[in-house]
Design a protein around this ligand. Sequence first.
Ligand code: MRU
Length: 366
Amino acid sequence: MEPLVSEIKQKFQPRLKPIEWRGDRLVLLDQRILPFETRYIEAKTVEDVAHAIRDMAVRGAPAIGITAAFGMVLALVEKTPSNTQEALKTLARAREILSKTRPTAVNLFWALDRMYNKAVELTSSASSVRELRDGLEKEALKIFEEELDAEIKMGLYGAELLEDGDTVLTICNAGGLATGTGLGTATAPIYIASMLGKRVSVIAPETRPWQQGARLTVYELMQNGIRTTLIADTAVGLVMYRRLVDIVMVGADRILLDGHVFNKIGTLNEAVLAHEFGIPFYVLAPTSTIDTRSRVEDVKIEERSPDEVRTVRTAQGSVYVTLKEVAVYNPVFDVTPPKYVTGIITERGVATHPLSINLRKLLNKT
Ligand code: MRU
């Protein structure tokens, strides 16, 4: 597979650069105002990075992890601690701040742990804070690079499941914007299948309340020349009933070893309906999204501001669509039990049932 991965890497020209590291700052494409405006923000401090993640200027599990990894580097750019032991304390504080931004996507905690552990390892050999900072910068760039490699592999596995003329139903935005690479997880098979000459189209639900489908998925798929149809979230049942969908491909924020999948609110609805209508339901995620420690009841499903539901995001800003004082329940993720999942596609291969055995087998593969 490696030669094919390098070939695709060379051919793949991302139209979007959602995350760019500039040595002393991070440049982020502001996803809060897409597709109406293309504006970049700069993060120069740990607090800037935390704010960008919390307020969703950058979002999507892998992109959050990559951004947080660079946030750890910025901790040492922002202040120069006097020695490597002081630097470790600064990094522990940065990890604490960044870990409190969003609770569900496990990639955030995975990336922070990896960066902190790397710092501890480097401290035993690094003679200066500058050396430590350079080592951490290398590690963050490696995390970013590994993500793209993983997506190409997932894309190749996923593209094998797509036939010429197929229509894929997705949810939210599990595309290049959500991973920072321009390729994405659930979108990788679509982009790669189309590079390989298959005509694949996509149905994207708007994904209320934040409208990642309507604002982001539609935007990036159309920029990349993929035939895309936007539907209201409430139309998911009918498009399946009418057989307008051949396969479902979604991303994930956290996958448990028993096969439970945490992803954008509405994923469970798609999974149950797909099961009922006999449509394959695949989840695509790098192995960094697999949480080997938690049980379902341990995972916090993020609840966000009621105003996200009371309003819609338009080119003119957020507009109320209901009474400002109405009570709202706004969980932004849900959990899909393994019985509704046909398979989980990672860079190490495709895990099918029994997921609890086959996911472990994938993780043990080198
Ligand atoms: O709230 P968001 O926009 O960060 O949620 C994003 C999702 O749910 C994605 O499906 C998931 O992170 C996978 S991204 C490749």
